[in-house]
Design a protein around this ligand. Structure first.
Ligand SMILES: N[C@@H](CCC(=O)N[C@@H](CS)C(=O)NCC(=O)O)C(=O)O
Length: 120
């Protein structure tokens, strides 16, 4: 079973690589402005999770630089996700709000909708 899951993961990664969406050509000024906001965000994710792939593709399509945190292979990120976010589910977008509070946003569709509304 784990071999099949591993194989499926490689296939997903291969097709993701093969059909990678293009990054938009932002001006350096606009990119810098976006970076100011996305510096306060990080995406907890697994490399080969289809929901994470979908979310990473949306991030790329929007031309955003969001730190990726591997919650499968890095125990400290996994721990943070469960302890602070509340559950071990990826993808999860961690957002540091202006008032210092933290939002842990689960569900790939909610994350993508939020990023599109905020940045497209
Ligand atoms: N409805 C969720 C599904 C996310 C999901 O099922 N993620 C899986 C990985 S593909 C997960 O986090 N499973 C828990 C685990 O592997 O520990 C979404 O769209 O984000």
């Amino acid at each position: 079973m784990s071999t099949i899951r591993w194989l499926l993961g490689r296939i997903i990664l291969f097709f993701d690589w093969l059909t990678q969406p293009k990054k938009p050509a932002h001006s350096p000024e606009h990119q810098a402005e976006l970076d100011v906001h996305t510096r306060h965000m990080s995406l907890y994710q697994y490399a080969a999770c289809p929901f994470c792939v979908k979310t990473r593709r949306a991030i790329r399509r929007l031309g955003l630089n969001i730190e990726l945190r591997d919650a499968k292979n890095d125990p400290s990120f996994r721990h943070e996700l469960v302890q602070e976010g509340g559950k071990q589910q990826v993808p999860c977008l961690r957002i540091e709000n202006e008032d210092g509070s933290i939002t842990w946003m689960y569900e790939s569709s909610d994350i993508i909708d939020y990023l599109q509304e905020r940045f497209s």
